[in-house]
Design a protein around this ligand. Sequence first.
Ligand code: GUN
Length: 287
Amino acid sequence: MSVVIDGKALAASFRADIAAQVTRLGERYGKTPCLSVIIVGDNPASRSYVRGKIKACREAGIESRLIEFPDTISEEELLSSIARLNADADVDAVLVQLPLPSQIDSNRVIDAISPEKDVDGFHPTNVAALFLGRPCMAPCTPKGIIAMIDSTGSVIDGARATVVGRSNIVGKPVAKLLQDRGATVTVAHSHTRNLAAVCRDADILVVATGHAGLVTADMVKNGAVVIDVGINRTAEGKLVGDVDFAGVSPKAGFISPVPGGVGPMTITMLLANTLECFKNRNEKQNK
Ligand code: GUN
């Protein structure tokens, strides 16, 4: 039987440390880190994620400002709002919740955020820096996943890792972070032949596809670390991951649950990145 990776408990310990740092930095600089969050429209899932982000900021002593727009907003209006936040000396970090309505080009929006305030690590400057191994803002979910794997005591260096899913937000960057830590990484996706065998080869299996229950017990190596990034809602309204938790649990060494796994750690890394933006900006000013 595997050990369940308790994302909530791990998140709580990271957040306690972040809150302590916020207090210390507040004493040093006489101000509080500030995250601005833009949400467009009323997608229930996005609203719920944003509520979670704002609540986590409050609990860590980080200031947050929520800017809400109707889904009829024009791209130009949204870009102007981002330009104001980029220029606002009181704002350390800017996040635009995705997805955006179809009249808005998400790439233009991401490109408009100042790389220094790009708390999601989605700006091409940060993505390029990540892939070149230069200092950068790394995206939150991949950072959270690495922290979860580290929490198990498993050694990443030399391990075989399979990442299922090749999105810009999770698959590609987590594969790079695993590679940087010395893993031999395979990125699998919907066109991968014999996905089961590719997954079964992995000491570390990260699944981020958005297909409920895609990974079953026959696809998992005995004792593997399994990280489930999926958040899917069943017809009955239950939240489930991309991994068949009940089937895979007896076989894996460690497994992250949904909910209570990657989700809380993603928000925790958003707090950590906000703090990093704050430190970078203030340390630069003091030089
Ligand atoms: N939508 C789903 N995940 C994310 C995320 O990590 N950041 C933003 N900005 N939007 C998202």
